[in-house]
Design a protein around this ligand. Structure first.
Ligand code: DGJ
Length: 706
């Protein structure tokens, strides 16, 4: 259903474009020079108020000051000294675009502003979209070389999806996600310096190290209150976002695909379209911003948001590369007994893959491990009532593989440079149509031959020595490769409607709105330690809903951290996402298996709330953090409470639950107690945590008649 026509409008006489979402208004005006300039992004404003607004003027006036009016995409001409979102060079050496406004189109909630260069054969479309029920504004840019066949090429040094502008405020704070392998999605919240702050990935992957999401507030917002402007780039390769706070207090950011130095050649008739850069405004604090993102992902991004994510059992932490049919069957039977709904056979099942040194690229079952192929395992998994999933890493190859021996030229490499191996593997260049075709055929065959319901698509290295021997425009691979990955995923889903895909890149190295448009969940991190996971999950939830956050319960001590934690704590942390099991179940005692089965059953009770409800992050006293999941109608609630470290043996103070209705009453069905909403929202809920470190509780509440 397209949004109502009033959601997006363009007043040609005033050059005024207005986009309305349920809780925000975005407006821009085409300047007298033909360039679209930012006018307003924030609280709902009526047309009269917008008409009275003027584009921001510079508080300083001198020949050294930049053009005062913030651009919707800065074109590298005029007195613009900030980061340029569009950087082009024409065949005669001239750089930058100078626009004429050439009209607009408005259809089904999509506005396109058409710009043409005053001298050169270059056209751009700045595109905007709003969708019903979402506060997100989606923006992207389309650039076209409009010249005749004999015109020279145009070099594109930068094409951002959009530039965003925040209103003048005395101060700003930047929230962003940074980390690394095993430490993804760490939330950083720091004062925005008067400087250009660059968030970027140069790895050809979204990256563990930075995620293309950010939020700005004036330094006073918290989980429940305050204005927040937040954006997320829908791109799975290298990217760059530059946030600019200038000395006279103007704040904006521009971002898009590719890192610095990535260049693209446009020949006559060719176009380059950017990914979507999505943004939202809320006055309800960081919690409301996250919930607005979650709503958007569910209603406009995810392919199957209404489906419950299954309880997965994944064999990686249990068996590593020591994979064979008998061992996997043993684990599958135990997993089914615990209530797992999906069994995923991880790395090590193919080629000569007995370690990470060999086999990648040879996607046929390893005969010593699976003498009759994978079908007997897949059939037994199905007979046990579980779906069957398979790990693949299609973009990668070991030198010690039949694929590499047959096609050494298929890897990303520059012939005169050493090709750096990471985890003993090289990356295939999916920009080459024959490589993309091979990967698609291979995956399609695997899914068909082995009755695969689920693919875990992994990628364990970034791009280095980004060459493409013999290609005149080798930088294309930075964009062509991720696009091919997306295309293959789309084709597989279209041809196998029941197939589900889990996005993984050594954990959470490829988590973004573009990969989630064709996958069902993300393997959040290889770090399954529940204490570390609380912080990882906190960062992840800023943008992504719990439904896509794969979280396994694994063995204790944890393989990454060596930390020993109780099973119940491990479960309670993982139950805040798409619960999975990943330990060596053959080593679990009867008592542990029984406790695990009961906790899986309990997860199934709260799964509708966790996976389809509204999420509120809570911080209590005494080292307690919690996540409150509420059904959309506010009737049912599940609160997962964690206290990693006890202090002084004290009980933590009662946990205030601000998302409840103070006029309602709530039954705790497990304790048989009825609580008053006004007490829970003002004084809080007594937690009565068990003593000791790694204490946790799951509290359920149901609204009852007063
Ligand atoms: C990295 C993933 O994140 C792990 O879960 C596992 O699949 C390994 N790769 C297998 O090599």
């Amino acid at each position: 259903m397209p949004p109502t026509s009033s959601a997006v409008s363009f007043d040609a006489a005033r050059g005024l474009a207005v986009l309305r979402t349920p809780n925000s208004t975005y407006a821009l005006r085409v300047g007298v020079d033909g360039s679209p300039r930012h006018l307003h992004w924030g609280a709902v404003l009526d047309t009269a108020a917008l008409t009275g607004l003027t584009v921001a003027a510079s508080p300083a006036a001198s020949s050294f000051e930049a053009d005062p009016a913030p651009d919707e995409l800065a074109p590298q001409t005029g007195a613009r000294f900030g980061p340029a979102g569009l950087q082009v060079r024409f065949a005669d050496g001239t750089s930058g675009a100078q626009w004429n406004f050439a009209g607009h189109t408005l259809q089904d909630g999509e506005l396109r502003l058409q710009l043409t260069d005053r001298h050169y054969p270059l056209a751009a479309r700045l595109c905007y979209r709003v969708r019903p029920g979402s506060d997100v504004i989606e923006r992207w840019t389309e650039l076209t070389h409009t010249g005749t066949a004999d015109a020279g090429p145009i070099t594109v040094d930068r094409l951002d999806s959009a530039a965003w502008t925040a209103p003048a405020r005395p101060d700003y704070r930047l929230s962003h996600l940074a980390g690394g392998w095993n430490s993804e999605f760490q939330l950083h919240r720091d004062r925005l310096p008067v400087a250009e702050t660059v968030l970027t990935s140069r790895r050809g992957l979204t990256s563990h190290h930075a995620n293309p999401w950010l939020a700005l507030d004036d330094g006073t917002a918290d989980e429940e209150h305050g204005e927040v402007w937040s954006t997320a780039l829908a791109w799975s390769g290298s990217w760059r976002i530059t946030v600019h706070r200038d000395p006279v207090g103007r704040t904006g950011w521009t971002g898009g695909f590719g890192h610095e130095g990535v260049r693209w050649t446009l020949r006559p008739g060719e176009s380059l379209h950017t990914p979507v850069f999505a943004g939202l405004y809320t006055s309800g604090g960081f919690g409301a911003a996250s919930r607005a993102w979650h709503t958007h992902l569910r209603s406009c991004v995810l392919p199957a948001p209404e489906q419950d994510r299954p309880v997965v059992y994944n064999s990686w932490e249990a068996t590593g590369f020591e994979v064979d049919q008998a061992g996997q069957l043993r684990l599958a039977r135990l997993a089914a007994g615990l209530g797992a709904e999906l069994f995923v056979l991880d790395d090590g099942w193919f080629g000569r893959r007995t370690s990470d040194r060999s086999g990648l690229g040879d996607w046929t079952p390893r005969p010593e491990a699976f003498p009759d192929g994978l079908r007997p395992l897949a059939d037994e998994v199905h007979r046990l009532g579980m779906a069957f999933g398979l790990w693949v890493e299609p973009e990668m190859v070991n030198r010690d593989s039949d694929l590499y021996r047959a096609h050494p030229d298929w890897v990303v490499h520059a012939p005169t440079r050493d090709a750096t191996e990471l985890r003993h593997q090289l990356m295939l260049n999916f920009g080459r149509p024959e490589v993309e075709g091979w990967a698609h055929r291979t995956l399609d065959r695997l899914v068909r031959e082995h009755d695969v319901d689920w693919l875990k698509w992994d990628a364990n290295r970034g791009v280095t020595e980004a060459g493409w021997a013999g290609h005149p425009d080798p930088d294309r691979l930075w964009i062509d490769h991720p696009r091919a990955v997306h295309r293959i995923m789309d084709r597989l889903r279209a041809d196998h409607p029941g197939l589900r895909i889990e996005a993984c890149a050594g954990g959470g190295g490829r988590a973004d709105l573009a990969v989630l448009a064709r996958t069902d969940q993300i393997w959040t991190s290889d770090n399954t330690d529940p204490v570390d996971r609380i912080a990882i999950q906190h960062g992840f939830s800023q943008l992504f809903p719990a439904q896509v956050m794969a979280a396994w319960v694994t063995d204790s001590p944890n393989t990454t951290t060596g930390r020993t934690t109780p099973l119940r704590f491990r479960f309670h942390v993982a139950m805040a996402g798409a619960l999975g099991l990943g330990g060596d179940l053959t080593g679990w005692s009867e008592a542990e298996l029984a406790e695990a089965a009961a906790l899986v059953a309990r997860y199934r009770q709260i799964r509708p709330l966790v996976q389809h409800g509204r999420q509120h992050r809570l911080t209590g006293g005494g080292g307690v953090t919690a996540v409150h999941h509420a059904s959309e109608d506010g009737a049912d609630h599940a609160v997962l409470v964690w206290r990693p470290v006890t202090r002084f043996g004290h009980q933590p103070p009662a946990l205030v639950l601000p998302a409840l209705d103070p006029t309602a009453r709530y039954l705790d069905p497990d304790e048989g107690i009825v609580h008053s909403g006004v007490v829970l929202t003002r004084y809080g809920l007594e937690l009565r945590l068990p003593p000791g470190d790694h204490a946790s509780r799951l509290i359920r509440l149901r609204r009852v008649a007063p």
